[in-house]
Design a protein around this ligand. Structure first.
Ligand code: SF4
Length: 268
């Protein structure tokens, strides 16, 4: 691994899911264009809808009037999401919003990066991280264990002082919400200083493990391979897993969040 490698929640999540996938994607930078899910058209349409929706929200956060943006929406599902978003944000988000913000923080001799959809300064002087999601909501317990739920608040606590007049943000000042376009509802997380310490411990331990590692084994959880673009390279099958199985928590699919942000972060 090069000295200038920048860790992100996507990279760490890939490592947690399958060390081999982390190696292929981030160390060897292998592009293997297999579909992650099937049917292909359904998958592609879901990706495009998610992409369009994120673009709309970004433009709105930058000040483009809602009416002008609404006039550009032709997809009925995106229109429903947009209406859910408009009514939710008007009640829950204050005027001070920082969209598409990227922060980095040093950790364990490396750099950790987080790319936020929005960080909002709330009237009670807390800071709310919002992540827009267009997939189906997983359970809160699954989300709590995702690297994104750990990395985003951690990086904000270490690199967000400039948002607070130069005063570092305490754990209690940071909250995170995943907002789901399909339901217009959020799954919310607050933070304590003990949790922040244990997040840091976990991050330091994973980064140290990766940095010292020479071999990156394939996951033993074979179901993950069905939704992984490297499966033919790894000789773990040819056909993509069915997108509809993403709803089935019993086979672990609850963890397979079709996450546009993650894809954007990877391309970054
Ligand atoms: S196909 Fe399976 S073993 Fe290979 S990188 Fe993907 S998840 Fe890992």
């Amino acid at each position: 691994m090069t000295d200038d490698f920048i860790f992100s929640q996507s990279a760490l999540q890939d490592y947690e899911d399958c060390p081999r996938r982390f190696e292929l994607r981030y160390l060897r930078e292998v592009e293997w264009p297999a579909l992650e899910t099937s049917p292909a058209l359904e998958h592609e349409a879901a990706m495009l809808r998610g992409q369009d929706f994120h673009h709309l929200l970004h433009q709105h956060a930058l000040g483009v009037p809602a009416e002008a943006l609404a006039a550009t929406i032709s997809d009925a599902e995106v229109r429903t999401w947009w209406e859910n978003y408009l009514s939710w944000q008007s009640v829950h988000l204050p005027a001070e919003r920082h969209p598409e913000m990227m922060l980095t923080a040093p950790i364990a001799g490396s750099v950790l990066m987080a790319k936020y959809d929005i960080v909002a300064r709330m009237p009670d002087s807390t800071f709310l991280i919002i992540d827009w999601k267009t997939g189906r909501p997983p359970s809160k317990a699954k989300l709590a264990s995702r690297m994104q739920t750990i990395v985003y608040p951690y990086v904000l606590s270490r690199a967000g002082a400039w948002l607070n007049g130069g005063v570092p943000l305490s754990a209690e000042m940071i909250r995170m919400s995943y907002w789901y376009a399909t339901t217009g509802e959020t799954i919310d997380f607050s933070l304590t200083s003990d949790q922040l310490d244990s997040h840091e411990e976990r991050l330091v331990s994973i980064i140290a493990q990766i940095s010292e590692r020479f071999e990156f084994p394939k996951t033993q959880e074979l179901w993950r391979c069905r939704f992984c673009s490297y499966r033919s390279l790894c000789e773990r099958g040819i056909e993509a897993g069915d997108m509809n199985e993403l709803d089935d928590e019993a086979n672990g699919a609850d963890e397979l969040i079709v996450d546009l942000d993650q894809i954007e972060e990877i391309s970054f």
